[in-house]
Design a binder for this molecule. Sequence first.
Ligand code: URA
Length: 243
Amino acid sequence: MAEERLQKIISSAGITSRRKAEELIVQGRVTVNGKVIRELGTKADPDKDHIKVDGKLLRFKEQKTYILLNKPVKYVTTLSDPEGRPTVIELLRGVKGRVYPVGRLDYDTSGLLLLTNDGGFANMIMHPKFEIQKTYEAKIEGELNDKEIEKLQKGMKLEGRMTAPARIKKLRRTDKNSWLEITIHEGRKRQVRRMFERTGHSVLKLIRTKIAFLDIKGLNTGEYRFLIKAEVDRLTRLTEEGR
Ligand code: URA
């Protein structure tokens, strides 16, 4: 947060109105970094300065933010990148405060990504035990035969550990390739790509189209929207039900 007038900071901390805050300042009951401030209009930075009213430090409740982004390819989902590649955070113009990605999408994967500043919520969504379903559309080399589909559906060993069963749906064929839909609830590193590679088919394109009931429809590549409360509540309920 940038510098703001002291009376505004005090009122936004929720302890009193802006007019009352002005009175507190004039009465000498407000300090900034240990110094009494009586002058109205004095500015401070609520992130950096210690602001006290009657000796009590102001605390700001961070508003919880939940964002659904349609990530383009060629963006990383980490907060910074040692190689200097663009990060998804750069797509969130107009979002106040810090949010971070819930889980990850590969640099070359596009589609839905949640971002939030609510750590508890992020952990719930990411943890495989809550079985939040994620659906991807994958363009793969060639076409899967029934045996390969069964292998993906049943689960396979990756790094010595079985993947949970996946749901597979054939979508369409192109000349040499085909599109499939795959739904999983785990989020191991490059899981979908590795699962297909195990069946002998490389993934040429990968798009996450759904996270639980959240759908990519209506959200163009690079666009984002805020979740409404009902959606956050519904996601939370899903994790409580373990499904
Ligand atoms: N699985 C992958 O292989 N990549 C992703 O980005 C997401 C799931």
